[in-house]
Design a protein around this ligand. Structure first.
Ligand SMILES: Nc1nc2c(ncn2[C@@H]2O[C@H](COP(=O)(O)OP(=O)(O)OP(=O)(O)O)[C@@H](O)[C@H]2O)c(=O)[nH]1
Ligand SMILES: [Mg+2]
Length: 357
């Protein structure tokens, strides 16, 4: 399964609308069920590779997008949305949709529009869930702490610190945690630690610079997060058209990329992801890994056996291949490399894994 992102936000903020814009799934906004789609990650480089190899099969990288029904706001922070929060645990990044347009005729959780309040409300829910999770962990640690277990004492201290900051209203993702602190709460899978990408849902392009969008941008900037602006309803309609028509309508809106493409770029950025490729006449395929992943880890994305029995990686650069025209030409130019276990796979690497079966 690919990487997964979950749409969260207040009741009726436009999650399902944005979900449809991103996935072209045409899901109905009614009902309280979760929607889930796998979308292909657009990567222009794939087209070039396909032209070169004419493979029997083309497999792009994918992203799982999950549409989670809205959190009720009746009594924010009481953990009421805990069932929904269970779904949030399963995703790697949160796409936080915020209503950024005024229209009294479209129902919404509140009567007014206020991105600051909305973001705080969702953060409160996330932190309420995390408070419970951390408390449970602290209870589990008690015995070992009393027995003077060093690891338990360290984990206990980290948990106490994170818990205290959450009580002060600071989501874990904003706490500038050290790698050790993160390791101590790893098994808690804290929802307020998940990276957030903000999506400003607007009604028309006239809203692009409205005060709500500006307020949300300030929130995003303050926590070094990404924000994309999506004209929810219009882009959901456009996603149902044929690809050529889509471009035309997007241009009319003043957009060069679809909301899905904008989202992908931002999601790759917040999650620090890169694509590498495997090529051949059988298959041209894009794979996703984290920036900084070493060669065996990246190989493990292709097959677990390749990670276990990893010997080395043959690497050529996408740019070299497309410039020189063939793998043989790249090798002749001395640009085919052999890399070992310590090599960090780079965006645009074309790899072949040598491994012990
Ligand atoms: N005109 C317009 N209407 C929108 C837009 N975004 C959402 N809406 C409307 O707002 C209402 C709620 O949108 P949904 O996408 O269902 O909201 P939601 O966040 O999925 O709602 P819940 O899942 O119930 O929390 C629907 O009637 C949408 O048609 C938009 O960009 N423009
Ligand atoms: Mg919905």
């Amino acid at each position: 399964m690919g990487l997964s992102c979950g749409l969260v936000g207040l009741l009726s903020c436009g999650k399902t609308t944005i979900y449809n814009a991103i996935t072209a799934a045409g899901a109905s906004g009614f009902g309280t069920e979760m929607n889930r789609s796998v979308v292909n990650v657009p990567d222009q480089r794939m087209n070039k590779l396909v032209d070169m190899y004419h493979p029997r099969k083309v497999v792009p990288a994918t992203l799982d997008v999950v549409d989670i029904p809205g959190l009720r706001t009746s009594s924010p922070g009481d953990g009421h949305g805990s069932k929904l929060l269970g779904h949030i645990k399963d995703v790697e990044a949160l796409l936080h949709v915020v209503r950024c347009f005024e229209d009294g005729s479209i129902p919404f959780a509140y009567e007014t529009i206020d991105p600051v309040r909305d973001v705080e409300t969702i953060d409160l829910e996330l932190m309420a869930a995390d408070s419970t999770t951390i408390q449970n962990k602290l209870t589990r640690l008690e015995k070992r702490v009393r027995a003077n277990d060093k690891d338990a004492i360290r984990e206990n201290a980290h948990c106490e610190k994170i818990y205290a900051a959450i009580q002060q209203g600071m989501p874990a993702r904003k706490q500038k945690l050290t790698a050790q602190e993160i390791a101590s709460v790893y098994e808690c899978n804290l929802v307020s630690l998940k990276p957030v990408l903000y999506i400003a849902n607007i009604k028309s392009m006239a809203d692009v610079n409205n005060r709500y969008v500006t307020a949300l941008k300030q929130i995003a900037d303050a926590e070094n997060a990404e924000m994309i602006i999506v004209c929810g309803k219009d882009e959901a309609d456009i996603s149902q058209l044929a690809p050529e028509e889509q471009r035309e309508f997007l241009r009319d809106l003043g957009l060069t990329e679809s909301s899905m493409e904008r989202l992908m770029h931002a999601a790759y950025k917040i999650l620090g992801l890169i694509n590498f490729f495997t090529v051949g006449e059988d298959e041209v395929r894009a794979w996703t890994c984290k920036k900084g992943d070493k060669a065996p880890t990246a190989a493990g994305k292709i097959h677990k056996d390749m990670e276990k029995g990893f010997i080395r990686l043959e690497v050529i650069r996408y740019e070299d291949l497309t410039e020189l025209g063939s793998e043989a030409a790249v090798a002749k130019a001395g640009k085919k490399r052999m890399e070992g276990r310590e090599y960090e796979v780079q965006d645009g690497d074309i790899v072949m894994v040598l491994f012990n079966k």
